[in-house]
Ligand binder design. Structure first.
Ligand code: GAP
Length: 521
C-alpha cells in the first residue's frame, strides 16, 4: 500500500515512521481513499484501529460520564445553525497564519514553517512577529524556494450549503469543535436533567478543520473526533472545588508556566504538587487544578508514561479568544513537547455570546441565593485520534533476536483491540475443536481472536504487533487435563491454567496486579 498522503517530509524520526508503517501494514489506521491517491488530512481506521479507538472513547465515557453523577452526555449534530459559529467567534476569529508562495502558489502555515526552519517554538507569536521572522531569516517556500507573501489569517472552518439553493443565505459550517452544542443546549439539558451547579455536559464526536498543513499522521488532520466536557460552575465558586481531596492535592506533576516561557526560549520545567501550584497562584482556580489532575490521571490509566506528560500554561498572546487561562497537557513526541489536550477557563464567554445572538435566556437560577447567574466553564478538550496516536507511540517496543527484530505494542489490556488470542497447536486430532470451545467460552467476556494458521511463534508475533496482552495455546495435554498455556505479552511468561479458571486469571490480570508476571503494571 502506498502512503501517498502521509507527508514523509514532515516525519523525520524513526519511531514515528515505524509506528505509521505498522499502522499501514496491519490496516490499523491508514490514509483515506488511498486507491485514488488519497485525501490529505483524512484517515480510515481498519478493524484493529477502530476497536482500539472505540475502547479509548468507551474508557473516557465511562470515566467522565457513566461513573459520575455530575456529568451528562449528549450527541449533537455536525451541522448547526451558522449563527452558533457567529456567536462563538469562530466566523471572525478561528484562524491560522497563512503565507502564499509568490512563485508556485502553494500555501504554508506560517507558524509551522518558522518552527521547521528555525527549530524554535513559536507558540503564541503574533502574525507580525511571524512575518518579521520569515523576513529576517529569509525563509522561502519549502516546495520551490520561491519568495513568500506577507502572513495573513486563514479561517479553518469547512463550509457547505444546506438545501437546494446555494447562496450566502444557505451557508453552513461543519463544526470545528463539539463544544458549542453543549453551550447552545445548556438550558434544555440542565432543566430536563434537573442538574444543579456545578455540573458538566460531555460529548464525543467528529470535528472538522481545514488545516493548512495537516501533519504528523493523525496528530493534525482535517477530520477528527473530540471528547469534550463543558463543566459549568457558579461564577463565585470557580475557586472552590470540593472534589479536590488531600490525596489529589499532593500529586506531583511536571509543569511549565507562562511566566517561565516569557523569560526565555523554551522555559524551565518544574515538578510541583497541585496544592503548591494553587497556593502560588500558578494555577489560578481550584476547579482548573481539579480538571488538570483528573485529565492527567485518565491518560495515566491508558498506560501512557507519566514522565512523557507535562502541563504547559498558554502565554497571553496564545490564548484563544474565549479563554482567560489555558493549560495544555503536552506529550513528549519525537518532534518535541506538543499539545495532547487543552483545558481552558472559558468563563461565561460562550453562554453570554449565545444569549446575545439568540436572544434567549441561558442563565441559571441559584435557589440558595435567589439570584440568576451565568455559569463559568472549565473545558477539558481532547482529540481521540491524537490520544490514539500518542498511545501507539508510547507503547511501541522492538524486540531484537537472532531471527531479526519484531515489534510489540505494550497496550494496556483495557484498550487493546484484541484482549485474548486463542491458538490450537495443530488443526488436527481435536485440537482445533478444543481451541474453538475455549474461544467461544471467553468471547462473551473479552475481545478474542482465534488463529490456527502458521507456527506458534508467528502467531505470537502477529498478536504482539497489535498489542494482544494474552495468548492461549491449546495442546495435546489440554485434551487430557483440560488446561492450557497462557502467555503474557510483555514478560513472555507462560503458565499452565485450568480452562475452568481462565476467565478469573485473565480478569485478575487486567487490574493493577498481574499474577502472570508477578509484577506491578
Ligand atoms: N473546544 C476547544 C478546542 O477545540 P483545541 O485546542 O482547538 O480546543 C482540542 O482542540 C483538542 O482537539 C486538541 O488538544 C487536540 O487533542 C484535538 N485537535 C485539535 N485539532 C486537531 C487536529 N487538526 N487533528 C487532530 N486533533 C486535533
Amino acid at each position: 500500500m502506498s502512503s501517498s498522503k502521509v507527508s514523509k517530509s514532515t516525519i523525520t524520526d524513526e519511531l514515528t515512521q515505524k509506528v505509521i508503517s505498522l499502522c499501514q501494514r496491519r490496516a490499523i489506521l491508514f490514509p483515506n481513499s488511498d486507491i485514488y491517491g488519497g485525501a490529505a488530512g483524512f484517515f480510515d481506521y481498519g478493524p484493529y484501529g477502530c476497536e482500539l479507538k472505540k475502547r479509548i472513547e468507551n474508557s473516557w465515557w465511562k470515566t467522565f460520564v457513566q461513573s459520575r453523577e455530575d456529568i451528562v452526555g449528549i450527541d449533537g449534530a455536525i451541522i448547526t445553525s451558522p449563527r452558533v459559529w457567529v456567536a462563538s467567534g469562530h466566523v471572525a476569529a478561528f484562524n491560522d497564519p497563512l503565507v502564499d508562495c509568490m512563485k508556485c502558489k502553494s500555501r504554508h502555515r506560517a507558524d509551522t514553517l518558522v518552527e521547521d526552519e528555525l527549530k524554535i517554538s513559536v507558540d503564541g507569536f503574533s502574525l507580525d512577529k511571524l512575518g518579521a521572522l520569515i523576513k529576517e531569516h529569509k525563509i522561502v517556500c519549502q516546495k520551490c524556494g520561491g519568495e513568500l507573501s506577507v502572513a495573513r489569517k486563514f479561517n479553518l472552518m469547512f463550509s457547505t450549503h444546506v438545501g437546494a439553493v446555494q447562496d450566502e443565505s444557505s451557508i453552513a459550517y461543519l463544526r470545528p469543535e463539539t463544544a458549542q452544542l453543549m453551550f447552545a443546549d445548556f438550558k434544555i439539558v440542565q432543566q430536563a436533567m434537573r442538574k444543579k451547579l456545578p455540573f458538566g455536559i460531555a460529548q464525543i464526536g467528529k470535528a472538522f478543520r481545514n488545516e493548512i498543513a495537516p501533519r504528523n499522521f493523525v496528530f493534525r488532520c482535517r477530520e477528527f473526533s473530540q471528547m469534550e466536557i463543558e463543566f459549568f460552575i457558579h461564577p463565585k465558586l470557580v475557586n472552590s472545588c470540593p472534589l479536590l481531596t488531600k490525596e489529589t492535592l499532593e500529586k506531583k506533576v511536571q509543569m511549565i508556566t507562562a511566566a517561565e516561557q516569557e523569560k526565555g526560549k523554551e522555559g524551565k520545567m518544574e515538578t510541583m504538587t497541585i496544592a503548591d501550584a494553587l497556593s502560588k497562584h500558578v494555577i489560578k482556580t481550584q476547579w482548573h487544578g481539579y480538571w488538570l489532575i483528573t485529565c492527567l490521571e485518565w491518560l495515566y490509566s491508558l498506560g501512557i508514561t507519566p514522565a512523557n506528560l507535562r502541563l504547559r500554561e498558554h502565554v497571553k498572546t496564545e490564548l484563544s479568544h474565549y479563554s482567560i487561562e489555558t493549560w495544555d497537557i503536552e506529550y513528549n513526541y519525537p518532534w518535541g513537547w506538543k499539545e495532547l489536550q487543552g483545558i481552558a477557563n472559558r468563563t461565561d464567554f460562550d453562554l453570554t455570546q449565545h444569549q446575545k445572538e439568540s436572544g434567549k435566556d441561558l442563565s441559571y437560577f441559584d435557589e440558595e441565593n435567589k439570584e440568576r447567574v451565568t455559569p463559568h466553564v472549565i473545558e477539558p478538550s481532547i482529540g481521540v485520534d491524537r490520544v490514539f496516536f500518542t498511545v501507539l507511540l508510547d507503547a511501541y517496543r522492538e524486540n531484537a533476536s537472532d531471527k531479526g527484530s519484531t515489534s510489540t505494542l505494550a497496550l494496556h489490556p483495557d484498550i487493546a483491540p484484541v484482549q485474548v488470542a486463542i491458538f490450537p497447536l495443530m488443526k488436527k486430532d481435536g485440537l482445533a475443536e478444543k481451541g474453538r470451545a475455549v474461544f467461544e467460552m471467553l468471547r462473551s467476556e473479552f475481545v478474542c481472536e482465534y488463529d490456527e494458521s502458521g507456527s506458534i511463534g508467528k502467531r505470537y508475533a502477529r498478536q504482539d504487533e497489535v498489542g494482544t496482552p494474552f495468548c492461549i495455546t491449546v495442546d495435546y495435554d489440554s485434551l487430557q487435563n483440560n488446561d492450557v498455556t497462557i502467555r503474557e505479552r510483555d514478560s513472555g511468561n507462560q503458565k499452565r491454567v485450568p480452562i475452568s479458571k481462565l476467565k478469573e486469571v485473565i480478569e485478575c490480570s487486567f487490574g493493577e496486579y498481574c499474577p502472570l508476571s508477578g509484577s506491578k503494571k
